[in-house]
Design a protein around this ligand. Sequence first.
Ligand SMILES: *Cc1c(COP(=O)(O)O)cnc(C)c1O
Length: 408
Amino acid sequence: MNPDNFQNIISFIRQTFKTPEGFIPLHEPRFYGNEKKYLEECIDSTFVSSVGKFVDRFEEMITEFTGTSKAVVCVNGTNALHLALLLSDVKPGDEVITQPLTFIATANAISYCSANPVFVDVDRDTLGMSPRKLEEWLEENVEMKETEAKVEVKAENSKPQSPPWGDLGGLQPFNKSTGRRIAACVPMHTFGHPCRIDEIVHICNRYNIKVVEDAAESLGSYYKNQHTGTIADIGVLSFNGNKTITTGGGGMLLFKNKELGEYAKHLTTQAKVPHRWEFRHDHIGYNYRMPNINAALGCAQMEQLPKFLKAKRELAKKYDAFFSTLTSTFVTEPSHSTSNYWLNAILLNNKEERDQFLEQTNNAGVMTRSVWELMNRLPMFQDAQCGDISNAEWIADRLVNIPSSAII
Ligand SMILES: *Cc1c(COP(=O)(O)O)cnc(C)c1O
C-alpha cells in the first residue's frame, strides 16, 4: 500500500478549489471579463463570420504578447499544425520526427500531409523531446544526400507557388533504413513546460530539418525568456475549450519570417486574390481562418491572460508545497524556463499506485487522468519507426494530471 494517503490529497484539492462537495473538473474556462460584451458587439454588427475587426485585433494581441513577427489565426490548433507542416515543405512519403508522449493532434497533422511520424524519446524533467535522444537517433539513422532544387515558376501577378524558402535542394537528410526524406521535426511543450527547444533547433539546423514548435499547451510559457512557439521558424498555439485561454475552438500560427506568415494568411483564406469585385484564387487554399465571433472571445480572454497565469502559478506553488511532504512528486517547471502550468501533474511511484490513485480520486468526484496513450502504441502508428523511448514509457506509467483551473 502506498504511504501517501490518497484521502489527504482529495481533501487538499477540495479545500484549495473551495469545493467541499460536487465534481471538480480538470480544467475549466473562466469568462469574467469582456467576453459577453464583445460577443454582443459581434452579433449587433452582423460580423460574426469571416470578416470583422476582432480577427485582426486578436492577431495583434498575440503578436504583441509573444513577440513573434507575424501571427495568423486558424480554426483550431490541429489545422494550424497541418498548415505549419505544409509550409515546412513536408511532402507525401516524407518522415516527420515527433515525440511519443503528445496529444494525438501532433501525429494526426503529420498524417494529413501523407507523411510518416518517427517517435523520439522525451526528457524526464521537461516531459518534452530530448535533444540528446534526437541527436543519437539522427546519428544512427540518417545519411545526407545531395538533391536537386525544385524551384517553381512564379506566375505573373501571383503569390509564389511554394513558400518563400521553397525546396532549395542541396544536402538533405534521408532515413537509411526506409529511404525516406526526413522533412521536419515537431517537439511539443508538454502541459506548458518548455522543452529544450534551442538545442533541438540547433541539432535540426545541422541536418537541414525544419522545426515546427507545438506550443498548443504553452501560451504564457517562456524558455530562456523567449515565448514558446517563437524559437523555431514556425510555432502553433491552441485555444480549445480546455486550454489556458479559449475561443471555443481556435489556433494560431507564429512566424519568424513575416513574408512566410503573409503567405500562410493567404492560404488560410482560400487563397483569394484581393480585388474589389473579381473572384479569383491562385492556389489550392484552405478555409482555416477563425470566424470573427471566436476571435471576439479571444480578445476578451487575452485581456484576462495575465490574471489566469498568476492564478495558475499560485495554484502550482500550493501543490508543490503540499506534495513536498509526500512520496509522490509534483512536476515543476524545468530550469531556464517559466511554465504557464497549464495542466498540473504528479508522478506516482509505479503503475499500480497510479491506477489506485485514478480510481480513488475519480470515485470521489475529483477529476484526474493518466497521460495520453503513447502514440506508438496506437493502432494507426504501431508500425512507425521508434527509437529508445524508455523515458516516455517511464512517465506514462506514473504520471497523473490533477485539477488545474485558474482559481479566480
Ligand atoms: C490542444 C493541442 C493541439 C491542438 O488542438 P485543437 O483542439 O485542434 O486546437 C495540438 N497539440 C497539442 C499537444 C495539444 O495539446
